[in-house]
Ligand binder design. Structure first.
Ligand SMILES: Cc1cc2nc3c(=O)[nH]c(=O)nc-3n(C[C@H](O)[C@H](O)[C@H](O)COP(=O)(O)O)c2cc1C
Length: 459
């Protein structure tokens, strides 16, 4: 029997960098840059990836297993590997029904897809596809009624987790989009419009869809706004004056899992736990918001130490290799997420492209674990990063630990979230601030409490 022919795009796309090449080939430049770009000089965008180069693996290949078990549990859900899709808006601009295509690929890969507030389809439309579990991302809006309405809609449609993104209350300075005129209202030059026309496959595929592209969750029932008017209205909705009591208020009405996205500072991680959050994305929005911010994985150890297992941690930003997943887990994450890699796969080949991205990560993660002698996810601990105490990495993490201690003291002194005004009902959710190096507590360690990973500290 003749073996199945592997499509050309797939043969060329043998790792995430080459999937990105396929995406560049497929998309008009303004759309590719919208996906690929970051804020300002893109320092943080680059740092998200390069930070992984500062963390070295120290394999112990003797004692490994013939087969590895990559499965794990995140917030009560079994995943085939510790990798999910974070919210990424406008998927439907890359591929017809892009949100459903990505969500199908992710859930068939044993993962989770988080629908963005800025999706083309509405949250109800995605729910109708029968995909599960359902996760939805929203904001704290100036109109708190809208925040609560989004939560109520998500609950009614069967969503299990609500993600509140806290780092995009103001839109970042996306200079590629400015250059390309991919802004609101659009200011595309004739050259850019002509460039759109050179991507014939994308144009052909999207021919029936482009006129219908909208922001499904904000669309008015009378259809009385065009896309530009709708986008203009949306940009002004999130509230830059967000407070912790807003999170407490949402916690009080949202019965499912509540996660914050955009946490980098250990003091905020402590506040988040105190406000009853179930998990957080350690994230700088993929370098798309504030340039000059630390890489996501730079921020992870201090956040992990502050949280100490009391909430799920998703490392979001810069994951391009299976080895990055191992490093993130060794530094305290429970799971990782892939924004652009998923979008590159989607634009290259729709659902099959996203499935391929998951396959690449699965293969690379399995290989890394196999070569490190790691039989399963629970065995990934800090000892796989064991290194010379004079290294800059250790110095960086020592500084991070000191930041946690300072943050814990600051939060304790400020009386924590339960006392921040009218946080009615927050009292019973407040958890004690972790003792970091206090008199009765354990000796502070450079890498924090790794006990939950089932491995001793051996630095
Ligand atoms: C095109 C694009 C759209 C995005 N839209 C959203 C969004 O609507 N809401 C959100 O919280 N994050 C959004 N993000 C950020 C991602 O959720 C994630 O934080 C980021 O992509 C992680 O970095 P990575 O691309 O290196 O994996 C978007 C990212 C991209 C690339």
């Amino acid at each position: 029997m003749a073996s199945e022919r592997v499509p050309r795009w797939k043969r060329r796309a043998y790792n995430i960098a080459t999937v990105r090449d396929e995406s560049r080939r497929a998309l008009p430049r303004p759309v590719f840059d919208f996906v690929d770009g970051g804020a300002g000089d893109e320092h943080t965008l680059r740092r998200n990836v390069s930070a992984f180069d500062d963390v070295d693996l120290y394999p112990r290949p003797i004692g490994g297993t013939r087969e590895r078990d990559l499965s794990t549990t995140l917030l009560g859900r079994r995943l085939s590997m510790p990798l999910i899709v974070p919210p990424t808006g406008l998927a439907g601009l890359l591929w017809p029904d892009g949100e459903a295509a990505s969500a199908r690929a992710a859930t068939r890969a044993g993962s989770i897809y988080c629908l963005s507030h800025g999706s083309v389809c509405s949250l109800e439309e995605l729910a109708e596809t029968g995909i599960e579990p359902l996760w939805f991302q929203t904001y704290i809006y100036k109109d708190r009624g809208l925040t609560h309405e989004m939560a109520a809609r998500a609950a009614a449609a069967g969503y299990e987790a609500l993600i509140v993104t806290v780092d995009t209350q103001l839109l970042g300075n996306r200079e590629r989009d400015i250059r390309n005129g991919f802004v609101i209202p659009p200011t595309m030059s004739a050259r850019e419009v002509a460039n759109m026309a050179t991507k014939l496959r994308w144009l052909f595929r999207m021919r029936g869809t482009i006129p219908k592209i909208t922001f499904g969750n904000y669309r008015r029932t009378d259809g009385g706004e065009d896309l530009t008017a709708l986008a203009q209205r949306m940009v002004g909705l999130p509230d830059p004056g967000i407070q912790w009591r807003d999170i407490a208020d949402l916690r009080a009405i949202w019965k499912g899992q509540l996660l914050l996205k955009g946490i980098l500072h250990p003091a905020d991680a402590i506040e988040a736990v105190a406000n009853g959050v179930d998990g957080m994305f350690v994230s700088n929005h993929g370098g798309r918001q504030l340039d000059g911010v630390a890489g996501a994985v730079d921020a992870l150890p201090a956040v992990a130490e502050a949280v100490a297992g009391r909430a799920a941690l998703i490392l979001d930003g810069g994951i391009r290799r299976g080895a990055h997943i191992v490093k993130a887990l060794a530094l305290g994450a429970d799971c990782c997420s892939i924004g652009r890699p998923q979008f590159w796969g989607l634009s290259a080949a729709g659902e099959a492209g996203v499935a391929h991205v998951f396959d690449i990560f699965r293969r690379e993660l399995d290989l890394t674990m196999g070569l490190c002698g790691l039989p399963d996810i629970a065995s990934i601990g800090s000892d796989v990063l064991a290194r010379d105490s004079t290294s800059t990495d250790t110095a960086r993490l020592t500084a991070a630990t000191e930041a946690v201690a300072a943050a814990a003291v600051a939060v304790a002194e400020s009386g924590s979230a339960a006392n921040n005004g009218d946080g009615a009902g927050a009292e019973e959710r407040v958890e004690p601030v972790p003792e970091v190096g206090g008199p009765a507590g354990p000796e502070p360690t450079r890498y924090g409490d790794w006990e939950r990973k089932g491995r001793a500290i051996d630095f």
